[in-house]
Design a protein around this ligand. Structure first.
Ligand code: HEM
Length: 73
């Protein structure tokens, strides 16, 4: 589901069929630290797979924009 989310978000062609981020994380009481740990893992995966700098920046900006739908919702 997360893979589909990233694929759809980065231009497709497949659609994302999962929950929106607020619904998916509601009631989990996710902290800022946990959110940053997830960010770290995603950045690590991008490094590992040699994604270019522009793509990394785009992904980080999108993840950052989702913060309010994930932390303590
Ligand atoms: C930028 C950070 C994150 C992104 C982009 C993200 C993205 C997603 C996506 C796409 C799903 C699938 C939703 C679905 O099944 O329809 C999901 C589910 C989930 N996420 Fe996250 N997530 C993030 C951070 C976190 C963090 C920090 C935690 C916990 C510490 C977390 C815990 C979970 C759990 C437990 C589910 C399963 C929910 C379910 O099956 O109902 N996520 N997330």
């Amino acid at each position: 589901m997360a893979r589909e989310f990233f694929c759809a978000g980065s231009g497709g062609p497949e659609p994302y069929t999962g929950k929106d981020m607020l619904t998916a994380h509601k009631g989990m009481n996710i902290s800022e630290q946990e959110y940053l740990a997830a960010m770290d893992d995603i950045i690590g995966a991008m490094d590992k797979h040699g994604l270019d700098q522009d793509t990394r920046k785009d992904v980080i900006a999108i993840l950052y924009s989702l913060k309010g739908e994930i932390i303590r919702v």
